[in-house]
Design a protein around this ligand. Structure first.
Ligand SMILES: Nc1ncnc2c1ncn2[C@@H]1O[C@H](COP(=O)(O)OP(=O)(O)OP(=O)(O)O)[C@@H](O)[C@H]1O
Length: 328
């Protein structure tokens, strides 16, 4: 488990890049950290893997305070953290096989060289099969597409069986289809190997696609945090700002009553709206709405405007159907 509590960090210029960050990332979770460029996401990721020191607060990984680790301890700790990047960071002069084998060679246990070679070969073949690149063993990175390069980087990051995989804008250089494929691969790896995955991104599609939990970071602070589904269903003001959504209250009619109905995927909006109108025999208009596909569900909310006399009827109806609503 990654536990971050009251963490702050500044670089030499003394400007706080991370301010009082507190989040917990559970084992086996896919956790997204989203924010605009310069928000502090990469810095936070580098604090997690011990590449950056923090000024105050605590950051523990499986109970170990990362800033206390030095020398060999820190190297062993990092072995348990795989990392992938936007720019793939492959060695251009080495083949796919050699790139994936590299961490295994660095960490090999000295002994019988022939056996060692066989073990490395077996592991590299396994890893390349996992990422779907068994046929590219001998290719050089320049002969691969962006998505294939990222697959190689993923195989290399998994070589030493890490418990955690850190992804820094890993899909930002890829087209939407390849992004989706890479995210599916990460999701698969998370399920098959039980690895905790932390994804830093500025792309909301990434969060929507695979993250169970998400933290929105802006100006070095956590502005929203929680289950991705809940945040999409009822986004807070900072998240709306990030998404570029308008504030619905600014465009709502002043007459009558405005009721916001939340759709959490359990009920179809069409069925609810039409059956409510039919069963209650009332008129209302839909004055605002935002519904989005979120994995298998459609999530979001609609605001209806109705006359004050019908408010109670509608509230009773929604209560009966177990629907969440809010009078604006
Ligand atoms: N080594 C450094 N020395 C001084 N300032 C730094 C250093 N690295 C990052 N910063 C500053 O810290 C802030 C956060 O940078 P960081 O790279 O963590 O943001 P980010 O959210 O990952 O953005 P991006 O997606 O553009 O990389 C920025 O203002 C950046 O200029």
């Amino acid at each position: 488990m990654i536990k971050i509590n009251g963490l702050s960090k500044s670089y030499e210029n003394n400007i706080d890049v991370l301010k009082d960050i507190s989040i917990n990332i559970d084992d086996g979770e896919i956790y997204g950290i989203i924010g605009h460029s310069g928000a502090g996401k990469s810095t936070l990721l580098r604090c997690i893997n011990g590449l950056e020191q923090y000024n105050s607060g605590s950051l523990t990984v499986d109970g170990q305070e990362v800033s206390d680790l030095t020398g060999k301890e820190l190297r062993v700790f990092r072995k348990n953290l795989g990392m992938i990047f936007q720019s793939f960071n492959l060695l251009e002069r080495k083949t796919v096989y050699e790139n994936v084998a590299l961490p295994l060679q660095v960490w090999r246990e000295k002994g019988n060289r022939k056996k060692e070679k066989e073990e490395i070969s077996k592991r590299v073949h396994e890893l390349l099969e996992l990422v779907g690149l068994s046929d590219k063993l001998k290719s050089k990175p320049k002969e691969l597409s962006g998505g294939q390069k990222q697959r190689v980087a993923i195989a290399r990051a998994l070589a030493l069986n890490p418990k955690i995989l850190l992804c820094d804008e890993a899909t930002s250089a890829l087209d939407p289809k390849t992004t989706k494929d890479i995210l599916m691969l990460l999701s698969d790896i998370n399920k098959k190997l039980g690895i905790t995955i932390v994804i830093v991104t500025h792309q909301m599609e990434v969060i929507k696609e695979v993250c169970e939990k998400v933290a929105l970071i802006d100006g070095g602070k956590i502005m929203a945090e929680g289950y991705a589904k809940d945040l999409f269903l009822n986004p807070s003001v900072p998240l709306k700002k990030f998404l570029g959504d308008e504030e619905e209250d600014e465009i709502l009619p002043n007459e009558g009553v405005n009721i916001k109905i939340f759709f959490n995927g359990g009920v179809s909006k069409d069925t609810l709206i039409t059956s409510m109108a039919r069963e209650l025999k009332i008129d209302f208009s839909i004055v605002w709405g935002k519904l989005e596909k979120f994995r298998e569900d459609v999530l979001g909310s609609l605001v209806i405007n109705l006359s004050a006399d019908n408010k109670e009827k509608v509230e009773n109806y929604l209560r009966e159907k177990n629907i969440t609503w809010e009078v604006l």
